[in-house]
Write a protein that binds this ligand. Structure first.
Ligand SMILES: [Fe+2]
Length: 455
């Protein structure tokens, strides 16, 4: 499946290092209408009215005037979600889907932790039951790396596989997505960094997530570590949307408490950033707010009592809804800064988000107070009558308390970040595609300041 645009993103740095060319490309990508050019800078928007088909030459001046007065209530937005099955037991539909895809040899992408938990063998057994052979590739680190992707693509070709099944967390699924497009396009994974840079879709991909947070199983995002430069590359393309996601809450019970906390905060960040995004939409908003409510009410219990299924089911649902929201509305500065930080420190992605979220909210909320008021209310805060300044502080403080309560304590300094490395971290973060839809324009100095506050 290809995107509506075929042009490649340019990386021309604008003021403060903002990749201005990438800005327009990214926003157009999320709108999916190349004729509509949206320039977002401090939430100022301009549209090219002459691009509307009904305003083509030949329309009378009177009619044209009437149409110009009738401004649409909603901006143009596209919405893409893959086929998915949600609920306990969803994983047992694997054999049916693999047979529908006429698989002969399935390439299973997993990792040692998921193998030890027993989920990978269940996948092999389910395929064997319907007479389908499989090969397992499990050399995937917690932050999947470019050389692991290339090794997986070589193995996929050597084993003559025809369908990919990813069973694992976000890194496993991102690795599987990257293997698929490397195989189809026969080039290095680093060539795909950015927005809409993948020409051909990969082979069929079925995902069975074993965490509740990344939502890589339904998103058009693929994150891979550039090991030479130590930062995470964001690949955004409709070609990386899986064909089927089997979202089964039972597969998340083997996460330990800390992984549960990190992945849960990742999902919460997806929902908050999607709702605050300049590419948000009424349809994405519904899922984003529902996700915030579910995660806020259930993450603590999932961390304290990992085998309690109702909390696991609600977290899986919250993560799924957050994924639906962010895959269509994109993200913001938290993810841009976290990608740079995670690549530098090789820390869990959700932990990076948790350490940055409250500081980015403090930066963003005064620019879009009504959006953050709704976010705060979904977090069960009473913000009636609160000024922009007070609600900013209350939402930020509540997020800080929340992440500490689920066990993610301390700041960046405790994890080895010093002020000396902030310029390097910031240089990568301002070029990340996710920063383009942040509600407040963030230049290089802003990003340095946020990292500094998070120390
Ligand atoms: Fe994330």
């Amino acid at each position: 499946m290809q995107g509506g645009r075929s042009t490649l993103p340019c990386r021309i740095d604008g003021p403060g290092g903002q990749p201005s060319g990438c800005l327009n490309e990214t926003v157009s990508y999320f709108l999916d209408f190349g004729r509509l050019i949206v320039i977002l800078n401090s939430r100022v928007r301009e549209t090219q009215k002459s691009s509307r088909p009904e305003e083509a030459p030949g329309v009378s001046a009177g009619l044209r005037g009437a149409k110009e007065e009738a401004m649409p209530l909603y901006e143009l937005r596209k919405f893409v979600v893959p086929e998915f099955i949600f609920g306990v037991g969803a994983r047992w539909r694997l054999g049916y889907y693999a047979r529908t895809m006429m698989a002969r040899r399935v390439f299973i992408v997993s990792d040692p932790g998921v193998i030890a938990a027993g989920w990978t063998q269940q996948v092999r057994d389910a395929l064997a039951e319907v007479g389908i052979a499989s090969t397992v590739f499990s050399d995937v680190s917690p932050n999947s790396k470019d050389d692991e992707v290339m090794a997986g693509a070589a193995m996929y070709a050597a084993e003559r596989c025809d369908v990919i099944v990813a069973v694992g967390g976000g890194s496993v699924i991102d690795c599987a997505k990257a293997i698929a497009i490397v195989h189809a396009n026969n080039c290095h994974v680093r060539a795909f960094e950015g927005v809409d840079r993948v020409e051909k879709p990969g082979p069929p991909l079925i995902c069975i997530p074993t965490t509740a947070g990344a939502s890589a199983d339904i998103s058009q995002f693929c994150i891979v570590l550039n090991s030479a430069e130590r930062y995470k590359m964001a690949i955004i393309s409709k070609t990386v949307i899986p064909d089927v996601a089997l979202v089964d809450p039972e597969t998340t019970v083997t996460m330990d408490s800390y992984l549960t906390a990190c992945t849960g905060i990742d999902a919460l960040t997806h929902a908050i950033e999607a709702f605050a995004s300049t590419a948000s939409s009424p349809i994405a908003d519904v899922h984003a707010l529902a996700a915030i409510r579910l995660i806020w009410a259930n993450l603590g219990q999932a961390v304290r009592e990992p085998h309690l299924m109702p909390a696991r089911e609600n977290m899986a649902l919250g993560s799924l809804q957050a994924g639906i929201a962010f895959s269509n509305a994109s993200l913001g500065a938290v993810h841009a800064l976290a990608h740079s930080l995670g690549g530098f420190l090789d820390l869990p992605h959700g932990e990076c988000n948790a350490l940055l979220l409250e500081h980015v909210v403090r930066f963003n909320a005064p620019t879009a107070p009504e959006r953050y008021r709704q976010i705060g209310e979904a977090m069960e805060l009473d913000l009636r009558g609160a000024s922009s300044q007070i609600l900013t502080e209350q939402v930020s403080q509540a997020l800080s308390t929340f992440r500490n309560r689920v066990g993610i304590v301390g700041g960046l300094a405790a994890r080895g970040v010093s002020a000396a490395v902030i310029p390097d971290l910031a240089a990568h973060a301002v070029k990340d595609a996710c920063i383009v839809t942040n509600p407040k324009y963030a230049n290089l100095d802003d990003v340095k300041a946020i990292y500094g506050e998070a120390l």
